[in-house]
Write a protein that binds this ligand. Structure first.
Ligand code: FA5
Length: 342
């Protein structure tokens, strides 16, 4: 019994010395741990004379629960003190104050995409979506690209292990959209494209196109020219000159390359336009009969045009950036100059 009284006294004096959680844990281990004083005394109970065993058991249990309770309420008190200290040190926050730092801005690509979408929507077009992972059928076969076409090679296309691919052109959505409308339609579909390219100031491996299609009866090249001129003039807020050159794309017949006056040199010639005064901007043409057939439409009934605007190059024209690589760089010093507050 004396031994137990000794333990209790020792605990009482150590309890007064506990000022933090570390010390509290040390004391707990010293008394209640595997090799602690209480555990140790409990294991000796068999050595106590039988007539005194009950009294010893009751006493040690009493001391044990006293130690457990004291330590647990002290722990709670210490934790509470820590929280109170933190609160006292915290600077009060007024959540109603206006933010001081910059809230960020929209990427110049996003700003221009919204502008272009607005122009087309005002002309009765709807905005459609495409996938980034596509089937070989949608990206190539459905738009009349022959099996032997070099664009299907590993050098140009990022193929996935499952036989699908990262779409190389927004034209990959043509078949799905033609089927969806199953007749007349006016739609644009912006999207991210991927090509395994050597990078330079006008080539990225990840870039954007805005594709457009208009399908109706008796659509002509004149309609195509009208819509493209209108869109560019709205975007640049001035009359933009365009020219069409013959261009070959398996999904259009006839096919064209549409160039716009170089906005850097106003047509005089500079390194960006390779001194030609023109920037190649937008391949386009009249939708090929095979593309209609592959979408279940009769090319004798329907005609239409399609275009695939190189969107990053348009952003460069609009912002004056002379290197496409800035657009994916995340360089805030460059991009924030053209940003619009979100
Ligand atoms: C096409 O991708 C056709 N699908 C476009 C089309 C649609 C033609 C509908 C006819 C009818 P092309 O490979 O030329 O065509 O790419 C179109 C535009 O995307 C280019 O003029 C260029 O502005 C842009 N572009 C192509 N490759 C890159 C690249 N690596 N980096 C940045 N822009 C690119």
């Amino acid at each position: 019994m004396d031994e137990l009284n000794e333990i209790e006294k020792e605990f009482d004096s150590q309890l007064l010395e506990i000022k933090d959680e570390k010390k509290l844990e040390d004391v707990r281990i010293a008394f209640l741990g595997k090799k602690g004083k209480i555990t140790n005394s409990m294991s000796k109970i068999r050595e106590i004379a039988v007539e005194k065993r009950k009294e010893f058991g009751q006493k040690i249990n009493l001391i044990k629960s006293k130690i457990e309770n004291s330590l647990s309420s002290l722990k709670e008190k210490l934790e509470n003190e820590i929280i109170q200290r933190k609160i006292a040190n915290e600077k009060p926050i007024d959540i109603t104050l206006p933010v001081k730092s910059s809230t960020g801005s929209l990427h110049p690509r996003t700003t221009l995409q919204k502008e272009i979408e607005d122009v087309f929507v005002s002309m009765g077009f709807s905005i459609e979506d495409g996938y980034e992972v596509e089937t070989e059928f949608n990206n190539f076969d459905a738009v009349n690209v022959p099996k032997s076409h070099p664009a299907r090679d590993m050098q140009d296309t990022f193929w996935l292990d499952n036989g699908q691919l990262l779409k190389t052109q927004t034209s990959a959505a043509q078949n799905r959209i033609l089927r969806k409308y199953n007749g007349t339609l006016k739609a644009i579909f912006p999207g991210r494209c991927f090509r395994n390219e050597a990078l330079d100031h006008s080539h990225e491996n990840t870039f954007f196109q805005i594709e457009g299609m208009l399908v109706d009866h008796n659509v002509s090249v004149a309609n195509l020219i009208y819509f493209m001129k209108k869109m560019l003039s709205e975007v640049f807020k001035t009359d933009i000159n365009i020219r069409l050159r013959p261009g070959f794309f398996p999904f259009v017949e006839p096919g064209f390359e549409m160039d716009a006056t170089c906005t850097f040199c106003k047509g005089k010639g500079c390194p960006t336009c390779k001194n030609s005064g023109w920037l190649e901007l937008c391949p386009c043409g009249m939708i090929h009969p095979n593309v209609f057939r592959l979408a279940g439409l009769d090319p004798n009934v329907y005609s239409g045009f399609a275009f695939g605007l190189g969107f990053d190059r348009l952003v460069m024209l609009k912002t004056g950036l002379d290197d496409i690589r800035y657009l994916n760089s995340g360089n805030l010093k460059v991009l924030s100059q053209f940003g619009v507050k979100a």
